[in-house]
Ligand binder design. Sequence first.
Ligand SMILES: Nc1ncnc2c1ncn2[C@@H]1O[C@H](COP(=O)(O)OP(=O)(O)OP(=O)(O)O)[C@@H](O)[C@H]1O
Length: 204
Amino acid sequence: MSLTISDLCIARGGVAVLEGLSFSLEPGQALILRGPNGIGKTTLLRTIAGLQPPVSGVVEGGDETIAYAGHSDGIKPTLTVAENLTFWAKVFGAEGIDAAIAAFDLEILRDRPAGELSAGQKRRLGLSRMLVTGRPIWVLDEPTVSLDVKSVAMFADAVRAHLGQGGSALIATHIDLGLDSEVLEVGPYKAKLPAIDDFDGGFL
Ligand SMILES: Nc1ncnc2c1ncn2[C@@H]1O[C@H](COP(=O)(O)OP(=O)(O)OP(=O)(O)O)[C@@H](O)[C@H]1O
């Protein structure tokens, strides 16, 4: 399943942040999004995941194919690790949770209420949800926040396995994940806002 982005313009809080973005993501491919804080990476991923509409342009191939992990881990604190994953498996119609538990080394935490996990453990649980969605396109926003070196490697292995099975991944991250991936620097697509001088001139 391919994802194609054509001439996309996106906004946050009513202000255009990125414009003129076009790219595609093919099965087996990972694409890393880079750019300075506040440039619009999260806004771009939210738009691609269908959480907000674009100002203009088209996202093709994103219906029911995307599993999205944003800044929040999306876990239910009173449910155990296994119950959280079982909940998501039922939502997405997945077979079981054992592969997700194993991929993110959650076996020992299986029966622990998710609210009692450390930040890194919560992040591992949040990321393991990707495996029970069965969806081919992973859209991940700063997935390695709170992860230690071993857990980052675990995550990178999970992405590699996903790509090996014909999946794809679009990842906003500031760190090197060691993946064989292309990088899209979004800075050049910053939306052109009126220059301050223009604003002052119009105001005075
Ligand atoms: N809820 C919001 N309402 C209004 N503006 C917002 C909101 N969230 C973010 N913004 C603004 O939208 C712009 C793009 O933010 P966004 O979170 O997409 O950037 P980012 O590239 O992901 O940044 P970072 O690397 O810091 O996570 C920023 O100027 C930000 O201040």
